[in-house]
Design a protein around this ligand. Structure first.
Ligand SMILES: [Ca+2]
Length: 211
C-alpha cells in the first residue's frame, strides 16, 4: 500500500526515484523528495482551454482583486512556460490602477517560505511607461488581520520577451502568522500605458526551512 501511494506522488511530482534491491524485501523504493508544493493549480493548467482560448483567472482556483478597474487577468492557452497555459495580465491606462491574484497558504510561525513565479514580456504588446509586476507575501494572523508584508523585486518595461525570467520573495513567518497570502500583482503607478501585456506561469510556494 505504501509503495503504491509513493509511486503516485512520484508520478505527479517528477521526483527522483532510486530502486534498491534488498535481501529482505526485494525491491525497496527510496525517494529524494523536494519540499512539497503548497499552491494548487500552480501551473495554471486547469480548467483546460482550447488552443488560443481564454477564461477569467478566478476559474482556475486563484482569488482576485483590483483597485476598482475591470479585471484584465485571464488564463491564456498560448506560449506557456510549461504545460499548455499561463496567466495573461493586461494593463489599464489609469494612474495607480492595480490588479492581482493570490492563494492563501497555511504557514507555521518561525518557518521560512519561498514564493516564486516565471514571467515574460509580450513581444507585440510589451510593458511600457510605469506599469510593473511584483510578488508579495502577506502574513495574516488567525483572525485574518495582516501581520506584515514582503515584496520581490519588480519587473517592468525591461522584462525580456524572448525568455522567461524567475522572480522570488523569501521570508520567515512571524510569531502570529497563520496564513500567507501569496500575491502576483500588477501596478500602474504614475504613468501607465493601456494594453501592455505580461505573462506569468509556474508559480510556487515551498517551505525552505528544515529541509
Ligand atoms: Ca502552465
Amino acid at each position: 500500500m505504501m509503495k503504491s501511494v509513493k509511486a503516485g506522488v512520484l508520478t505527479t511530482s517528477a521526483l527522483i526515484v532510486l530502486f534498491v534491491s534488498t535481501a529482505l524485501s526485494g525491491v525497496k523504493v527510496l525517494t529524494a523528495v523536494g519540499p512539497p508544493e503548497l499552491l494548487s493549480n500552480s501551473g495554471f493548467e486547469t480548467p483546460a482551454l482550447p488552443d488560443g482560448g481564454w477564461a477569467l483567472i478566478r476559474q482556475a482556483g486563484w482569488q482576485t482583486f483590483t483597485g476598482g478597474t475591470t479585471e484584465l487577468m485571464t488564463l491564456w492557452a498560448a506560449t506557456p512556460h510549461s504545460g499548455n497555459q499561463a496567466v495573461r495580465f493586461v494593463s489599464h491606462g489609469i494612474p495607480n490602477f492595480y490588479q492581482g491574484l493570490f492563494q492563501a497558504v497555511p504557514v507555521t510561525p518561525g518557518e521560512t517560505y519561498q514564493f516564486s513565479v516565471y514571467v515574460k514580456n509580450d513581444s507585440t504588446h510589451p510593458l511600457k511607461g510605469s506599469v510593473i509586476g511584483q510578488l508579495s507575501i502577506e502574513w495574516h494572523d488567525a483572525k485574518g488581520t495582516e501581520a506584515g508584508r514582503l515584496w520581490s523585486p519588480s519587473w517592468g518595461a525591461s522584462l525580456p520577451a524572448t525568455e522567461w525570467t524567475r522572480f522570488e520573495v523569501v521570508g520567515t513567518a512571524p510569531p502570529n502568522a497563520a496564513k500567507a497570502h501569496c500575491v502576483i500583482v500588477e501596478k500602474g503607478q504614475g504613468q501607465p500605458i493601456a494594453n501592455c501585456v505580461f505573462l506569468a506561469d509556474d508559480a510556487s510556494v515551498v517551505k525552505v526551512s528544515g529541509e
